[in-house]
Design a protein around this ligand. Structure first.
Ligand code: PLP
Length: 286
């Protein structure tokens, strides 16, 4: 497997970086998670746009154009002969002496990792995932906005640990005001009486799969409302599904021990999963 590193391709076993990279020392950097299906990259421009937006938000200048970044991502797949893959571009502040000041780092480092990838949750797409609401908060008031896909995922990791301890598949975040936020690595949708609801993206990641799901639902003439939601809405939903590049569209059938609907993936969720499979198999950048 070859890893892209600042314009070169390096074998995985030799792909090492400096411990002085501020990405490692301070989590100072940004990343993306992208999928390729059938040799085509799904929503490439959207992911590259978000990578540059994340970088902008932390005042990090990515030392290449968006077109060059897209080409580097596609070239990484070609070099590795990958068709169904997960791709992880990372841009770190780069190497500098100890000390937080980013001015210590003259040059950002650009890494692109890719690997073969299938369905993340295996047979859980049919059975459904269990969710656990967590005490860790996802806060839009933090300097570290949930909109930035930064190398600092400790918040999400703590949520995952909490969910793991309680025996759930995915953690569900609320924000400091008690509004529903998102999962540890995916956005969340609730269905009640045939209508779909999802929180606004002020307190969660502006998910590219979320945006795709909203479009697909509208195409299927299913009403979608973007509004603030609470714990009660979650517990009393008829159906819940989550969306993410890695998770795709996946049903959530239990939350904190309560069955959602009848505890099985519901009809709108199943339609969503089918529509998402169709669009990922039939679009993307070759
Ligand atoms: N929320 C978080 C915290 C994530 O890390 C991800 C994954 O990228 C998502 C949501 C889903 O976003 P997307 O659909 O763009 O992958």
């Amino acid at each position: 497997l070859l890893i892209y590193y600042n314009g070169e391709f390096v074998p995985k076993s030799q792909a090492t970086t400096s411990i002085y990279d501020h990405g490692f020392l301070y989590g100072d950097g940004v990343f993306e998670g992208i999928r390729a299906y059938n040799g085509r990259v799904f929503k490439l421009r959207e992911h590259v746009d978000r990578l540059y937006d994340s970088a902008k938000a932390i005042a990090l200048n990515i030392p290449m154009t968006k077109e060059e970044m897209e080409e580097a991502i596609l070239e990484t797949l070609r070099k590795n002969n990958l068709k169904d893959a997960y791709i992880r571009p990372i841009v770190s502040r780069g190497v500098g002496d100890l000390g937080l000041d980013p001015r210590k780092c003259p040059k950002p480092n650009v890494y692109i990792i890719s690997q073969e990838w299938g369905a993340m949750y295996g047979d859980l797409y049919e059975v459904g995932l269990t969710g656990v609401t967590v005490a860790v908060r996802r806060n839009s008031a933090d300097a570290l906005s949930p909109n930035i896909k930064s190398l600092n995922y400790l918040n999400n990791i703590l949520a995952k640990i909490e969910a793991n301890e309680k025996g759930g598949d995915e953690a569900i975040f609320f924000d400091g005001n008690g509004y529903l936020s998102e999962g540890s690595g995916d956005n969340i949708f609730i269905i009640k009486n045939g209508k779909v609801y999802t929180p606004p993206t002020i307190n969660n990641l502006k998910g590219i799969t979320r945006a795709t799901a909203i479009e697909l639902l509208k195409d299927m003439d299913i009403e979608v409302s973007v509004e603030n939601l609470g714990l009660f809405d979650l517990y009393t939903a008829d159906e819940i599904f989550v969306t993410g590049t890695a998770a795709e569209a996946a049903p959530l059938v239990k939350v904190d021990g309560r069955d959602i609907g009848d505890g099985k993936p519901g009809p709108i969720t199943k339609k969503m999963i089918a529509a998402f499979e169709d669009i990922t198999q039939n679009s993307g950048t070759p």
